[in-house]
Write a protein that binds this ligand. Structure first.
Ligand code: CA
Length: 463
């Protein structure tokens, strides 16, 4: 009997061990969330107790960058783990369900298609925005399950969704008013959209807790249109301004959603075996959705920190330390590199990943690279960021000027020190020249491009 129970224990521990070797991963992506709009980053008026638990159970990263300052290209970088410029995904794709060209290059792998090689079950819930034609459909890009929107967003209340199929939407605006997609079929929503996406995520976790899984939970909140049920807005009696109050309601509902997801992990006893990452796809567009990037300069679509530096927290209970703050540079590209390495998947030799596995850095087994590079290109506007360590070179859109900032001392990018450090400007400029050689031109037109292919001028901002 003793021997039998010993053998059983041994088998169980082996199973446990092999399972632990392939952790689950959940990416919770917020859309257009401001840097300062989570309490773990110091928000004073919006409290996010559930998102904060990820930082408490793991690490908050104060210097996390995405690869672009608007949705589409940033998501292309995140989901492939490669600079999206390597395959020319340089614009926010238009909603074009009949266009076989507008979407994520079919040669590229996604985190999902890579993890399929390690027998992961994969799902995406929420916003896709990587091509609306069937060839780009999540189920053709490595995902086993899809519930969400193919385009750049969706109105939040079921009564607003009147077009019965995404494919019937003729314009961007109409794609915000069409039904959701469940795999290949259209489906009407029943609840406020953020709540609905949360329910789907919980259901996904409950159904798949026994096998390694990857869930890309891509909320469209708090991206416009600003719509929130009253009950969430009522949580903020101190916020008087209507736009900010609506935005706060949207963020609070999203925060509840994170709470439900974490509860489902605990209920299924898989919290220790699941890496949870929370981030935003770009900085907050403060003027349009009333978000708050704190003391960062600029906003969504900018090359200053407010456009590209995002709230970021990651937990992996029992493996990475809890309650720590990591202040060195990381990239959204590191998410793919981390899970792909942990799952022991080989990437295509011609398409290596651009990020690093964060786990040994967080556990102290590996020293962080003090010269970590962050490179960003705005293709149409010939704008660039080349950041190495504390120095950040900014070439603003449509400009020949070079601006240099010391981010360690000047997070608000107030003091251009290019004249004081010409040699650093030159070095970073040289890195830019070499890096650009590895990139491709854009292969599809986007939201900010005229029909003749010329870049559309941004609308003049109302003062
Ligand atoms: Ca976005």
């Amino acid at each position: 009997m003793k021997l039998l129970s010993f053998t059983l224990l041994l088998i169980l521990s082996l199973i446990n061990h092999s399972h632990a070797a392939k952790p689950n991963m959940i990416i919770i992506l917020a859309d257009d969330l401001g840097y300062r709009d989570v309490s773990f980053n110091g928000s004073k008026d919006i409290n996010t107790p559930h998102i904060d638990t990820i930082a408490k159970n793991g690490i908050k990263c104060t210097q996390a960058y995405v690869t672009y300052s608007v949705c589409g290209p940033s998501r292309a970088g995140l989901i492939t783990g490669r600079y999206q410029g390597r395959f020319g995904f340089e614009r926010n794709p238009r909603f074009q369900p009949n266009n076989k060209n507008t979407g994520l290059d079919l040669k590229e792998d996604t985190i999902a298609s890579l993890l399929k090689k390690a027998n992961y079950h994969t799902g995406v819930i929420g916003k896709w925005h990587l091509g609306a034609h069937n060839v780009f459909h999540p189920l053709n890009r490595g995902f086993d399950e899809f519930y969400g929107m193919l385009g750049g967003g969706k109105r939040y209340f079921p009564s607003d969704l009147k077009i019965k199929n995404d494919k019937l939407a003729k314009t961007e605006e109409q794609s915000y008013r069409s039904y959701m997609n469940r795999n290949w079929k259209s489906e009407k929503t029943k609840k406020y959209l953020t709540e609905e996406l949360t329910d789907e995520a919980v259901d996904f976790i409950n159904r798949n807790s026994k096998k390694p899984f990857f869930l890309y939970l891509s909320y469209n909140a708090p991206h416009g249109p600003l719509q929130s049920p009253k009950k969430y807005m009522d949580r903020f009696p101190n916020i008087k301004e209507k736009k900010r109050k609506t935005y706060a309601g949207m963020v609070s509902c999203l925060d509840d959603g994170v709470g439900e997801v974490m509860k489902a992990l605990r209920a299924n006893k898989i919290e220790k075996n699941t890496i949870v990452v929370f981030l935003s796809d770009n900085g907050g567009p403060e003027k349009s959705n009333a978000s708050n990037n704190g003391n960062l300069r600029g906003q969504k679509s900018d090359l200053y920190e407010g456009g590209i530096r995002v709230p970021f927290a990651i937990q992996w209970k029992g493996t990475i330390p809890a309650g720590k703050t990591y202040r060195k540079t990381i990239s959204s590209l590191d998410i793919a590199a981390t899970i792909v390495e942990l799952a022991k998947v080989k990437t295509h030799p011609e398409r290596p990943l651009d990020g690093i596995n964060l786990v040994p850095v967080f556990t102290g087994k590996k020293k962080a690279d003090p010269n970590r590079l962050i490179t960003i290109r705005k293709f149409d506007h010939k704008g660039f960021v080349i950041k190495r360590g504390k120095y950040k070179l900014v070439i603003p859109p449509n400009s020949d000027t070079m601006e240099l900032y010391d981010i360690s001392k000047d997070i608000g990018e107030k003091k251009n020190i290019a004249k004081q450090y010409p040699e650093i400007v030159k070095e970073l400029g040289e890195i830019r020249k070499q890096w650009v050689k590895e990139l491709k031109d854009s292969y599809f037109d986007g939201l900010m491009v005229n029909k003749d292919g010329t870049p559309r001028k941004a609308k003049k901002k109302k003062k």
